[in-house]
Design a binder for this molecule. Structure first.
Ligand code: HPA
Length: 273
């Protein structure tokens, strides 16, 4: 199937569930999917029921869109995402965001679990993404440009919207929520990085490292959706602490931070978006 046909059929299924009211989109990362359960009047569309859609095979990721309301606003949520390391070309990782754009979504919150590269961080730190470094080795816009979404050579100088970041930092401060700000670096995964790679990441200006978000943020920038990115630091990156990394640690930290994370997301929905 052509990308555009997949997107149109996904948008049609979501519209049947009232998603054409949604101006807000959300992508929930590893261990963070529970936030979708807090929406009112929830409706669901499983990725598996959308022709041509990939599904997420990762433990801790559901594989569905959730449409619901919060603070009187309709939100369309990706509860679980697909990743490059699952074997999907990055062009397919653009599908969720582009489907949201077709519905009329104007603002997008992208979340992820990430490793802390900045040594002043700790497991549990919330980081607002100021910018990213794409070391995944590829790009979601490779292939024929879909002119309906944006230009062949999109500008990436404000991927994580500056005004929204300024406003969110003020909001977090007012509500006593600790929020760092830093640069997210994407590696392909699925291995966690080596200590040498993490030293390189720090040297080139990264504060956090992960295996997602960048393809979605690029797709959003391409089609003019304003993006806010939040990383939950679930572990310090390889070589910083004298202990091995594991997915169990990632989901455990995410579960422990769920309340603080939800409070921040509620604030974004009610006061920022
Ligand atoms: N590296 C890459 N991705 C991650 C990490 C990490 O340390 N923690 C959670 N996702």
């Amino acid at each position: 199937m052509e990308l555009m046909d997949i997107i149109e059929s996904a948008a049609a299924l979501l519209k049947q569930q009232g998603a054409e009211q949604a101006k807000i989109g959300m992508i929930l990362g590893s261990g963070l999917g529970a936030y979708a359960e807090t929406l009112e009047n929830k409706r669901f569309v499983n990725y598996a029921d959308i022709p041509g859609y990939p599904v997420s095979s990762v433990v801790g990721h559901k594989s569905r869109f959730v449409i619901g309301e919060k603070a009187g606003k309709t939100i369309v949520v990706m509860q679980g995402r697909f990743h490059y390391y699952e074997g999907y070309p990055q062009s397919l990782l653009s599908l969720g965001v582009r489907t949201m754009q077709r519905l009329g979504v104007e603002k997008l919150l992208i979340t992820n679990a990430a490793g802390g590269v900045n040594t002043s961080y700790h497991a549990g730190t919330l980081m607002l993404i100021s910018d990213h470094i794409n070391l995944s080795g590829t790009n979601p816009l490779i292939g024929k440009n879909l002119d309906a979404f944006g230009p062949r050579f999109p500008d990436l100088s404000n991927v994580y919207d500056r005004d929204l970041r300024t406003a969110l930092k003020a909001l977090a401060k007012k509500h006593d929520i600790e929020l760092e700000e830093g640069v997210y670096l994407m590696m392909s995964g699925p291995c966690y990085e080596t200590p040498a790679e993490i030293r390189m990441a720090r040297a080139i200006g990264a504060d956090a490292v992960g295996m997602s978000t960048v393809p979605e943020a690029i797709a959003a920038a391409h089609c003019g959706i304003k993006t806010v990115g939040i990383s939950l630091i679930t572990n310090m990156a390889a070589g910083i602490l004298d202990q091995p990394l594991s997915h169990a640690e990632v989901t455990e930290t995410a579960n422990q931070a769920a309340k603080r994370f939800s409070a921040l997301v509620d604030l974004i929905v009610s006061d920022l978006f």
